[in-house]
Design a protein. Structure first.
Length: 283
């Protein structure tokens, strides 16, 4: 009765849609928290991790894919393709465990869990709830470094796994555009190979890449759940795992709905960005 499961399915569905429109995603059965409060309290941690991982994905995927396409059938190309296949096939939690073992336990370079050290967590002024932003706003450089070191391992781990898709996609699209007539015309005019690749081929090759990169946001959210659990990151993903363990399906349903809405919003933004990159899309 508390969950409304005693009502007909259609009535439950219509009522839930009406609640979602008013940002009422329900109240958890186990600890009586509203799902909206879970999103506001833990969402910043997940978003900070996801955006950082997305930055790693774009930088690594585009850079290696560009080098692999530019130096086709060379050791650089072979290494880039092999890296993309292996890194995409690696489970994110397994890669996270290896990173924790190497950089945390063996080398001792980076912390292996948490969003910040307990002292920084207590002292930091949580203005926006984005710890990197808050430490910058307050000019707390020691806190900024502490938060950044805690963010590196989970963000790089998640970003590297997703970058495998972009590596192969950038390489394939760059090779296709390099065979275009306009590229041959640029070479005939004496344009340097570097300018041909960057100014002519690369920009056109990025149109489908931007679309796929946006769709990878869904994979980032899914990977963030496992990454947060691996690195004890206090985000929505770790809360989702906890409510799954407790069979609190009201909380699970609300969190999954938020993930779905986030993917839709990103997809719309990608369409807008594509219109700026490729004028043909505007028509």
């Amino acid at each position: 009765e508390a969950a409304g499961f005693d009502k007909p399915i259609l009535e439950q569905y219509v009522e839930y849609l009406g609640d979602v429109v008013t940002l009422d995603l329900g109240t958890t059965l186990t600890d009586n928290r509203t799902v909206t409060s879970i999103i506001t309290e833990n969402g910043s941690a997940t978003l900070e991790l996801t955006l950082s991982a997305f930055l790693v994905t774009v930088v690594v995927g585009v850079s290696i894919g560009l080098l692999a396409g530019r130096f086709r059938d060379t050791p650089i190309d072979l290494g880039g393709r092999l890296f993309g296949i292996v890194i995409y096939a690696a489970p994110v939690f397994f890669l996270g465990f290896l990173a924790q073992l190497l950089f945390g336990s063996v080398l001792g370079w980076l912390p292996t869990s948490g969003r910040a050290s307990p002292v920084v967590e207590f002292e930091l002024d949580k203005i926006s709830r984005f710890y990197l932003v808050d430490s910058l706003i307050t000019a707390n450089w020691s806190a900024f470094w502490d938060v950044l070191t805690h963010l590196i391992l989970p963000a790089v781990t998640l970003g590297l796994v997703i970058s495998g898709v972009l590596i192969r996609l950038v390489r394939v699209n760059l090779l296709q555009t390099m065979r275009g007539d306009y590229v041959e015309a640029a070479r005939a005019r004496g344009v340097s190979e570097r300018r041909v690749v960057i100014n002519h081929a690369f920009r056109n090759a990025m149109v489908p890449v931007v679309t796929i990169a946006g769709l990878q946001f869904a994979l980032l959210l899914g990977g963030a759940v496992l990454t947060e659990e691996t690195f004890n990151w206090p985000g929505i993903g770790s809360e989702l795992i906890r409510y799954l363990d407790e069979r609190d399906y009201i909380a699970v349903q609300g969190i999954i709905t938020v993930f779905a809405v986030a993917v839709v919003i990103v997809s719309v933004l990608i369409d807008v960005i594509n219109a700026f990159i490729d004028p043909r899309v505007r028509y």
